[in-house]
Design a protein around this ligand. Structure first.
Ligand code: NDP
Ligand code: OXD
Length: 310
């Protein structure tokens, strides 16, 4: 029987996804009619993006699963019209891209690259940053992305501590959990990376109290989600020098409004939610595998835990 699969991401994504999805469906032996406009009651699976056209799932009465092309699910996890299983995106392009972004921005601070980029002709002043082994990095969130970033950083010598809700055991990373673990993780963080999901439990986890625990002059990288940070508290910590610099990729409001203080703050680098992108070629494989699983009665990969919110 032909399966109707609805592509409900932004229309401009269709061109890059259509051919690769079709070839992955064929590779899995799936007979699929892929479209951006199947009538709702005929749809078997939805390929979804938070900024796409479908936000009310009520009419999709035959749908067996909604597959998010994004890793983050905060915009859909509480959607009461969604009663079907919800999966999120885990794929090697997204994971690799995030590990590279985190490593690149960590190295920027670690090597004090800004000093050399701003160097004027004739300025021979030398600076000698410590070796990576003397620059502890902490990652809040040890999921798919936090682990990959942590392992890349550990691979080039940084002592990496990670913190998660449940206790982990990951080679090369000192793993902590719980309230005491968070305090310990923050106290050593010369570079603090936020790779937590946006849930009620993680909102404003970076606040006046947690910022005060960081070593003076710590650097913050936030490729996770904007609400992890109490923005006023971060701005105050930057002004005091408690935090030396913050590179922020995600914000409470996106695009970041033009008059937001982050745009103009000398100690803030803004990147426009580009830390990691889902790559169609590798994402299509995951989507096709999940439809195959759905049809075979096997458990879906990367199911979202609706109670935990991620
Ligand atoms: P995962 O779900 O794999 O990992 C989430 C991690 O956060 C897990 O280690 C989890 O703990 C931990 N966590 C969740 N809640 C808590 C809590 N209350 N206390 C302590 N730890 C907690 O997610 P990913 O690694 O795939 O992605 C992380 C986030 O990155 C996404 O949710 C998204 O917001 C963001 N993202 C940003 C992108 C960008 O371009 N800027 C691109 C892609 C994702 P446990 O392991 O115990 O479950
Ligand atoms: C994601 C993102 O969640 O791009 O995948 O932020």
């Amino acid at each position: 029987m032909t399966l109707n699969v609805l592509f409900a991401a932004r229309p401009e994504r269709w061109e890059s996804y259509e051919p690769i999805l079709k070839s992955e469906f064929a590779r899995q032996g799936l007979d699929v009619a892929l479209s951006t406009d199947h009538p709702p009651e005929t749809v078997d699976y939805i390929i979804y993006a938070p900024n796409g056209p479908v936000q009310d799932f009520t009419a999709y009465t035959r749908c067996k699963a909604v597959m998010n092309l994004w890793a983050g699910v905060e915009q859909i996890v509480g959607n009461e019209t969604l009663t079907q299983p919800l999966t999120r995106m885990v794929e090697e392009g997204l994971t690799g891209g995030m590990a590279e972004w985190v490593t690149g921005h960590t190295l920027r601070y670690h090597l004090e690259m800004d000093l050399d980029l701003a160097r004027k002709p004739g300025d021979w002043s030398q600076h000698n940053p410590p070796l990576a082994r003397d620059r502890p990095v902490t990652i809040l969130g040890l999921g798919q992305l936090g682990q990959a970033a942590g392992q890349m950083l550990a691979g080039i010598g940084f002592p990496v501590t990670g913190w998660s809700r449940t206790q982990k055991d990951i080679e090369g990373i000192t793993c902590l959990s719980g309230d005491e673990g968070l305090i310990e993780a923050l106290k050593t963080a010369q570079v603090l990376v936020l790779l937590l999901p946006d849930t009620p439990a993680t909102t404003n986890i970076i606040n006046p109290e947690s910022l005060a625990l960081l070593p003076k002059g710590a650097v913050i990288l936030n490729p996770g989600r904007g609400p992890l940070i109490d923005d006023d508290a971060l701005l105050a910590a930057l002004d005091l020098g408690q935090v030396a610099h913050a590179t922020l990729d995600v914000f409470r409001t996106e695009p970041l409004p033009e008059d937001h203080p982050y745009w103009h703050h000398p100690k803030v680098t803004v990147t426009p939610h580009i830390a990691a992108e889902t790559r169609p070629a590798t994402a299509a494989r995951v989507v096709a595998e999940n439809i195959r699983r759905g049809e075979a009665g096997e458990p879906f990969l990367y199911l979202v835990d609706r109670d935990q919110g991620y």
